[in-house]
Design a protein around this ligand. Structure first.
Ligand SMILES: Nc1ncnc2c1ncn2[C@@H]1O[C@H](COP(=O)(O)OP(=O)(O)OP(=O)(O)O)[C@@H](O)[C@H]1O
Ligand SMILES: [Mg+2]
Length: 291
């Protein structure tokens, strides 16, 4: 079988991965066991897209994202990042440079004493000339609206500001894709909004491919495409309106739909003619002029 490997995106073919865990047997002995976290995953994420990954706890979202950044390698099957197979040792540097990751806890991602030092760190590791590092640091801070904090200590910033600094650090390495693994989960509503705005801008203005793992269904409405995972498999894939039309199935696998979608559904049941394309609260309010 010949597989066409796309150069313009992230691709997996029958990607399967297990963790080795120590588990107690019925006879109370401890045995090494395989815990399947990814089960024959086939997908393609096109360059420039904004994809949200949804799924109940333990469904395999973080494990999948670590495969794209080559932090983990498949047990069987393949992962290609812009045409480079993550199994090939020689490609790791290139892959990690092209796919940046932002995690949940902003405090674990800050290392510099000054914001600008922190942002420059990754670019310095690429061995770039000093002038290049300085200009990239400046540009990256501007892209996340943090220029005025360049010489501040990161410790005093809000959670949302710290996440934006972490994003700037990744941007300075000029990745083609950034994976946000629940990057808004520890933030207050204000911080969450700030970070989500930046994520949208990076995709729209800088044309960076965004993969956003989230437990907030409202955030997923911002994506162009949604992947839903359950027990290590991709079980649904489509546009937000296609995914959130499947309320019953989503409930079955431990997910829900955004409140605005629930409300629109309730209004339809009461006889109001609301198009299925209406998903967020803003659009819903436009449909109900009397409100
Ligand atoms: N380091 C590890 N060692 C052993 N098992 C692990 C490890 N990391 C994850 N797992 C297991 O692999 C499965 C997938 O985990 P993963 O973290 O990818 O899920 P997730 O969808 O990101 O969950 P969450 O929403 O809680 O972050 C789970 O059953 C989890 O318990
Ligand atoms: Mg996770």
């Amino acid at each position: 079988m010949r597989i066409d490997i796309a150069l313009n995106g992230l691709q997996t073919k029958e990607l399967t991965f297990s963790y080795q865990v120590f588990a107690e047997e019925e006879d109370n002995s401890m045995q090494m066991k395989k815990m399947t976290a990814l089960d024959h995953v086939d997908l393609f994420i096109e360059e420039g897209s904004f994809v949200a990954i949804l799924g109940h706890n333990g469904s395999g979202k973080s494990t999948l994202s670590k495969q794209f950044n080559a932090l983990l390698a498949p047990d069987s099957g393949d992962v290609w990042v812009y045409g480079n197979n993550t199994k090939e040792e020689g490609q790791l540097w290139k892959i990690r440079q092209s796919v940046g990751m932002i995690f949940q806890n902003p405090d674990n991602q800050i290392i510099g004493n000054l914001v600008e030092e922190d942002v420059a760190f990754g670019a310095e590791n690429l061995g770039l000339p000093t002038e290049e590092i300085i200009s990239r640091t400046r540009e990256s801070l501007a892209a996340v609206n943090m220029s005025e904090y360049a010489t501040h200590s990161p410790n005093r910033l809000s959670g949302g500001q710290k996440q934006r600094v972490a994003i700037a650090g990744i941007l300075a390495m000029r990745p083609r894709c950034i994976i946000f693994d629940e990057s808004t989960a520890m933030l207050d509503p204000m911080g969450r909004k700030e970070v989500l705005e930046i994520i949208k801008e990076l995709n729209q203005k800088e044309k960076i491919t965004v993969i956003m793992i989230t437990h907030y269904m409202e955030e997923a409405l911002e994506a162009g495409h949604i992947l839903v995972m359950d027990k290590g498999k991709i079980v649904l894939e489509g546009k937000p309106e296609e995914i959130f039309a499947q309320q019953d199935y989503l409930y079955e696998i431990g997910l829900h739909v955004p409140q605005s979608v629930e409300l629109a559904d309730e209004l339809r049941k009461r006889g109001m003619d609301i198009p299925l394309s209406v998903l967020n609260l803003e659009d819903l309010l436009k449909e109900i002029p009397s409100l």
